[in-house]
Design a protein around this ligand. Structure first.
Ligand code: IVH
Length: 697
């Protein structure tokens, strides 16, 4: 609108009219922001209802003051592109997570495990660092010849998002490495945590309240929301900080120890946490933990535990990782925070596998920085064990990221008005019988694919971040597409690409977002096989097992056929399946059961018409690639676990028992019956020395 228009008498009716313009501007910005959270990041910050209220408020004002409607009004925006997402970055080394310890016994076991793995003499000093576990978001910074060239979020650990422009706004992060003692390595990846201080978080939330924006739940969300801004100037205006605590890929080592590396980082201009200590045993570790826990309330930032790391880098290297966590580090968590509240009601949720889970609806209460209004009650036994009644006063607990739980009922506060809860024996969604097999804790809906709740949850799981991870296709979009009847099965998701125009015409969409969505769906057709296997949602098949299966069977059809043949547990397909390391009989049974179901077979068949997942990359090519190896007896230079890990790294498969398929038996001291059996079957038997020579070649 130009000035002449603005001054036309019919467009100014009252003085308020003038005040309306900044309000509409604010609303347009706000709605655009939430659109981008919703579409671009699939991580909405506000509920649908709150979003709708914003849109309605905007509309109401526009209806009252039509002359003030903005050219970029949210109500008339045609195909306005919600911000596109950040570019993807494949980490040169995965960004790992940490396993947890909760008490001294866990720590002692952690230390003992490491000693065993490295086959350490009891006199050999095993030194650890203890450092606060910062509750923020991890980031990987790449420096080339000392200059910051890229910053990426953790993402799923393998692939993160390129947030370089935003990270350049953070003052704790040097653009240039300033260490003068030694020249910077050609390539150095520094990893650490971006966080917001508690004080800055409180101030930011006050500002949010003043502008009518929704407050952030905790400093971590505030830091994440501030970093993941398409417009880096918003990040610049938010007070973010950084602690450096690890390396990623590095072209030449700068220290033999983690502690030495931290000192180097500090010399380079990074901030490293000053509470970091060196510890020599479980007692010293626990003492550090206690010390940090005592300081916790006075620290400027949130922490949720203490991380212990093996100090020697060569040992870290040898220890490697299991699944997605290093063997050389552990997080010793702080006790959970508790609060008291009232149980208002119990709902039953139906999960992806049909499991009926009771969920507590609670009088909202703040616990450890977030307001909690729901908690899981696990299963019907748990309800009985805790003697939970609707109306009870309960103690709620939240530990870190863990879903809030009800610890106990305060029975002394009962006044007789509380009512018991009868667990349903029918699915509340599809009314099919809900059955609890003998010996199992979980009651399950028997509706399978006919149960809308199960179908929806399976679809949501399939597109979730750790599965197909399709940008712009989150839970809400799935709900919408199912409601529209466009998606019924997982294969239908790929057929959405034929509906680009229909998608574009949806509320809160537009041509550009529809196009982005179609591109993302098409890109997912060649997602890793392990993501597809995980996405099928088979019971007991987590990400790690899915990766093992992908590595072993190399195609979805291969896996399906093998499981079909393995229905006969005397068939080689069965022995082959259970011989995969970490796949026991129970996991095998769930797999076989899944693929024995005609509906599942049909579903996978249909899916295969839509996707072409490439087989996983072969592990390092070596003389033992693809060979089946059995270890027996005591090895003198390394532990059995390390030997196994080493063989797997080189592409071999380690099995626990000798069969005709075994290629090598590596026999240490005091090897027993396996040697005899191997000799009978003509399997090559290696001494520890010849094994070492073989893998070196
Ligand atoms: S080390 C290979 N050190 O905790 C180990 N992580 O639960 C890499 N975290 O994703 C992590 N403070 O975001 C390490 N001092 C610290 C940490 C820390 C916080 C986070 C990190 C990681 C998560 C794992």
């Amino acid at each position: 609108m130009n000035d002449a228009d603005r001054l036309r008498p019919d467009s100014i009716t009252t003085l308020e009219d003038i005040a309306v313009s900044p309000l509409l501007e604010e609303l347009a910005t706000l709605i655009r922001y939430h659109d981008s959270r919703y579409h671009g990041e699939d991580n909405p910050e506000i509920s649908d209802a709150d979003y709708d209220a914003l849109v309605a408020l905007n509309k109401e004002i526009e209806d009252a003051f039509p002359a003030q409607i903005r050219h970029d009004s949210p109500s008339v925006r045609v195909g306005a592109a919600p911000s596109s997402t950040f570019g993807k970055v494949t980490h040169s080394q995965p960004m790992l997570s940490l396993s947890n310890a909760f008490d001294k016994t866990d720590i002692e076991e952690f230390i003992a495990r490491i000693g065993r793995f490295l086959a350490l003499e009891s006199t050999e000093p095993l030194i650890f660092t203890a450092e606060p576990k910062i509750d923020g978001l991890s980031i990987s910074l790449r420096y080339e010849a000392g200059t910051l060239v890229q910053a990426a979020t953790r993402g799923d650990g393998s692939v993160g998002e390129d947030v370089t422009a935003n990270v350049r706004q953070i003052k704790d992060i040097p653009q240039q490495i300033t260490q003068s003692r030694i020249p910077p390595p050609d390539m150095l990846e520094v990893r650490g945590e971006i966080y917001m201080t508690k004080a800055d978080f409180a101030a930011l939330n006050e500002r949010q309240a003043e502008t009518g924006s929704k407050p952030f739940a905790n400093p971590r969300n505030a830091a994440a929301g501030s970093l993941r801004q398409k417009d880096a100037s918003i990040t610049a205006a938010r007070p973010l900080h950084f602690f450096a605590y690890a390396s990623g890929t590095i072209s030449e080592p700068v220290s033999d120890t983690h502690h030495g590396f931290l000192s180097y980082l500090s010399e380079c201009g990074f901030v490293v946490n000053s509470l970091t200590r060196l510890c020599h045993n479980a007692e010293e570790l626990v003492a550090s933990w206690q010390d940090i826990n005592t300081q916790r309330p006075h620290l400027e930032y949130d922490i949720d535990g203490v991380v212990y790391k093996v100090n020697r880098h060569d040992w870290q290297q040898r220890l490697g990782q299991v699944s997605r966590a290093p063997r050389w580090a552990i997080a010793h968590k702080f006790a959970a925070e508790q609060a008291e509240t009232t149980l208002l009601d119990i709902d039953i949720q139906v999960g992806r596998t049909g499991a009926l889970t009771p969920v507590a609806r609670l009088e909202p209460v703040p616990v450890g920085g977030v307001t909690v209004s729901n908690a899981t009650l696990h299963n019907e036994d748990e309800l009985r064990r805790k003697n939970i009644r609707i109306g009870d006063k309960v103690i709620l607990q939240r530990a870190g990221d863990v879903i809030p739980q009800i610890v106990r009922v305060i029975e002394s506060r009962r006044d007789g008005s509380e009512r018991g809860f009868i667990f349903p024996d029918k699915c509340p969604v599809c009314q099919h019988p809900a059955i609890r097999p003998d010996g199992e804790a979980v009651r399950r809906c028997t509706g399978g694919f006919t149960c809308e709740a199960q179908r929806l949850e399976r679809l949501k799981h399939f597109v979730s971040r750790n599965a197909m991870d399709i940008d712009g296709l989150g839970e809400r979009q799935i709900e919408l597409f199912v409601e529209k009847g466009w998606v019924n099965t997982i294969a239908d998701i790929f057929r959405l690409t034929a509906r680009e125009d229909e998608i574009a015409s949806l509320e809160r969409m537009g041509q550009k977002s529809a196009e982005n969505l179609v591109n993302a769906i098409n890109a997912a057709r060649t997602n890793d096989l392990s993501r597809v296997i995980f996405g099928l949602g088979i019971r007991q098949i987590g990400q790690a097992t899915a990766r093992l299966l992908a590595q072993h069977y190399r195609s979805l059809r291969g896996l399906m056929d093998a499981c079909h043949h393995a229905q006969d547990n005397t068939a080689t397909a069965y022995t082959d399946l259970v011989a995969i390391d970490q796949i026991g009989v129970s996991v095998a049974d769930d797999l076989i059961l899944f693929f024995a179901d005609d509906a599942h077979k049909e579903m996978v068949q249909d899916l295969l018409g839509e996707i072409q997942p490439p087989p996983p990359e072969q592990p390092e090519e070596s003389v033992i690639s693809g060979k089946v190896i059995v270890f027996t007896g005591t090895l003198s230079t390394l532990s059995r676990t390390e030997a196994k890990a080493q063989a797997e790294r080189l592409g071999a498969r380690v099995s626990g028992s000798i069969s005709a398929k075994t290629d090598y038996l590596v026999a240490g001291a005091d090897a027993g019956s396996k040697t005899r059996k191997a000799a009978e079957l003509g399997v090559t038997i290696l001494t520890e020395d010849s094994w070492r020579a073989l893998i070196k070649s």
